[in-house]
Design a protein around this ligand. Structure first.
Ligand code: ZN
Length: 491
């Protein structure tokens, strides 16, 4: 099997993946700020890393996957100004900040569960790690890369850049950053506009506050990820992921904080998932060009013509590579739904087909290798899905008695198709067209199938064709195989 290669945002190249410790992978992914319902862009980002997590486990690695919950410190403006997002929501709704956190953490978990995500190994919170964050600040101050002004502590970007490289991940150079940032208006305590807060002194009205050596206050947003990734994965770990929008300043600041506190460049491979658009436009609540994840399940959105199952949405998202921009549209979802049903019908058909003594009309070993090749090439799920449709075609040919398969190859296909479809892509069968069509309706179709069989036994081909054609007209397709007739349903 070919080695796994991952595109590293830091080097800008696909690199052969070599874990720091053989057999083990440490992966950190920046989680949500829980002040509103999780949006679809987040779902895509976390789904990309859910697939990465699943594939690494499939390859036999023991993976420690840490994904945090930001429940304090994320200000409205990423440049350390504005209110804390959670406090603001709490003020608006006249509830405790921790009620906001609880409500949207539950929503986040529920949504990810709907989309069949595996839970991470550890899900730490910013408020649960205030002590670790204070200790990290102390280290950074001790090493001369931070300064205190009026109870707040700022990271000294210019000082850091004298000996290190600030901007190496986002490929920005400090001169351009200085040039492009507006000068301070005298309201800020920062020495330079590029500096960022490690600790902010809380204003009187600010509810979420903790004691520290500098003031009663709260940690800067970037700090929690450095403190928690170091605590659970060590000073250097294998993979750090997040949405593309976090590359700067958030991830750049994480690197700087780690290097300034413990001297290590913290991450081996940086991975960034690309963004989503809706009908070719950026998604934004303010313009109404927006779908919330749960709206797929109700179909109640002006952007949707019907409801979609979570697996169809998941399948749709994974049909694009995680580093490409993905455009949602109802039309594209409808096409994906067809593809998804076709795939699930083939998985169902597979359990009914019989092997023969003849050799297979398909090189299964090459197919398996091609599937792995796709995933080993920077988790290329669209190519994997294309490979799955190659085998779908073959399965349907066997079922139509136009191709043969040996017993060994049949066992190999069954094993691998299940691993790729369910374990790695994380799809579910429960909404496959046939299983969705359960109960009395399924019994009715089965009854018609047996009546058609009887008609054929009596050589009443007019009747048997009538049953087949009438069912086809209403979108129910009968397929005759060696073990009898099965049916699939079009949408
Ligand atoms: Zn982070």
């Amino acid at each position: 099997m070919k080695d796994l290669h991952i595109y590293n945002s830091l080097s800008g190249e696909k690199e052969k993946f070599i874990p720091l410790e053989e057999g083990f992978v440490g992966m950190y992914v920046c989680g949500p700020t829980v002040y509103s319902n999780v949006h679809l862009g987040n779902v895509r980002t976390f789904m990309s890393f859910d697939m990465v997590f699943r594939y690494l486990k499939h390859l036999g690695y023991t993976v420690r996957y840490v994904r945090n919950i930001t429940d304090a410190g994320h200000l409205e403006n990423d440049a350390d100004s504005g209110e804390d997002r959670i406090s603001k929501k709490a003020n608006l709704e006249k509830i405790e900040p921790m009620e906001v956190v609880q409500r949207y953490t539950v929503d986040f978990h529920q949504t990810l569960n709907d989309f069949n995500f595996l839970p991470p190994s550890i899900e730490p919170t910013a408020t649960g790690h205030i002590i670790e964050q204070i200790e990290t600040i102390k280290e950074i101050i001790k090493n001369g890369f931070a300064y205190e002004v009026n109870g707040s502590v700022y990271f000294d970007v210019l000082k850091f850049n004298e000996t290190k490289d600030y901007g190496k991940l986002s490929k920005r150079n400090i001169e351009d950053l200085i040039h492009n940032t507006r000068t301070l208006d005298g309201q800020s305590d920062k020495k330079n506009p590029q500096d960022f807060a490690l600790w902010k002194k809380a204003e009187k009205y600010h509810i979420m506050r903790w004691p520290s050596p500098w003031s009663d206050g709260f940690p800067g947003w970037h700090l929690e990820c450095t403190a928690m990734s170091t605590k659970y994965l060590g000073k250097k770990f294998d993979i750090h992921g997040g949405g593309m929008d976090l590359k700067f300043p958030h991830h750049e600041c994480e690197i700087a904080q780690s290097e300034a506190s413990h001297g290590n460049d913290p991450v081996n491979v940086w991975m960034h998932a690309n963004m989503l658009t809706l009908n070719g436009q950026k998604m934004a609540k303010s313009t109404g060009n927006n779908i919330l994840p749960y709206e797929f399940f109700t179909g109640k959105s002006k952007h949707l013509s019907k409801k979609y199952s979570a697996s169809v949405v998941r399948f749709f998202i994974l049909q694009a590579h995680y580093r490409s921009v993905l455009d949602f549209s109802d039309k594209a979802l409808l096409a994906s739904e067809k593809g998804y049903n076709k795939l699930m019908d083939a998985v169902n058909t597979l359990s009914a087909i019989k092997a023969s003594n003849k050799t297979s009309d398909f090189d299964i070993m090459v197919w398996i290798e091609d599937c792995y090749k796709a995933m080993n090439d920077d988790f290329n799920s669209p190519i994997l899905i294309a490979e799955l449709f190659r085998i779908v075609k073959f399965i349907n040919q066997i079922n139509d008695q136009q191709a043969t398969i040996s017993p060994q190859d049949l066992a190999l296909i069954s094993k691998h198709i299940k691993e790729f479809v369910f374990d790695i892509l994380g799809l579910k069968t429960e909404i496959s067209s046939v299983t969705r069509f359960e109960g009395k309706l399924k019994e009715t179709v089965d009854l018609l199938i047996s009546m058609r069989k009887e008609a054929r036994a009596n050589k009443d081909f007019e009747m048997s064709d009538k049953i087949r054609d009438s069912l086809k007209e209403i979108g129910i397709q009968l397929k005759d195989g060696k073990d009898g007739t099965i049916f699939t349903i079009e949408n």
